[in-house]
Design a protein around this ligand. Sequence first.
Ligand SMILES: CC(C)(COP(=O)(O)OP(=O)(O)OC[C@H]1O[C@@H](n2cnc3c(N)ncnc32)[C@H](O)[C@@H]1OP(=O)(O)O)[C@@H](O)C(=O)NCCC(=O)NCCS
Length: 196
Amino acid sequence: MVALDSASTDALPPGFLRDVRAFLDDAFAGAFTDDDWAHARGGMHVWLVGSRGLISHGSLVERTLICSNHTMRVGYVEAVATAEADRRKGYGTIIIKRLGELIRARYQLGVLSTGAHSFYESLGWERWSGPTFVNGPRGHERTPEDDDGIMILRTPRSLSLTLWEISCATGAWVPSGRPGTAPQRLGTCILWGSQP
Ligand SMILES: CC(C)(COP(=O)(O)OP(=O)(O)OC[C@H]1O[C@@H](n2cnc3c(N)ncnc32)[C@H](O)[C@@H]1OP(=O)(O)O)[C@@H](O)C(=O)NCCC(=O)NCCS
């Protein structure tokens, strides 16, 4: 029996969050960092659980995109993984479909960064073809290393947006909250710039 469940980070007991972190460490084969874990919290978690424990997981966190002269709330997908033994059985698809429903209900746009494009493309996500920037302490800083990975999910509320007219930047830098420490980079900043 496999069950789909979801909850916000602050509603989850610390023990369960430790299980999720351990699951992600295994699923990403040790490549899941403390920063990745920080980025995956503070929003909603969606997961599948079976008799042997967690099977698949994804997070949805709110980010801000500044588009030309207006600001958008977007749903940013993080920490998507299926246990190695359970891959290619459709579980990741269930997680992404549920995250897509949450994005459509709550946000103007979905955004994520990945190397597994075809996994998301079959579920309606589109590859970002423009340059990417982070909104850093010195203004918009180009992040060419992120260009190929970004994907977006349009929602009915995105329809007013056109890919060529908008320059967007996520509010990717926030004060760390500790005096004397550098701002923490939270995500990728996107500039939707080039005309087709
Ligand atoms: C990517 C990942 C989450 C997919 O989970 P999954 O449960 O195996 O996904 P599904 O079974 O729903 O796959 C559905 C389809 O997506 C495609 N797909 C699956 N894994 C893929 C991958 N790694 N790369 C590209 N396409 C993939 C396949 O077409 C698959 O259909 P098929 O099995 O009929 O060929 C899983 O491979 C994983 O955890 N990888 C390690 C962590 C990771 O890379 N996470 C993504 C970071 S954004």
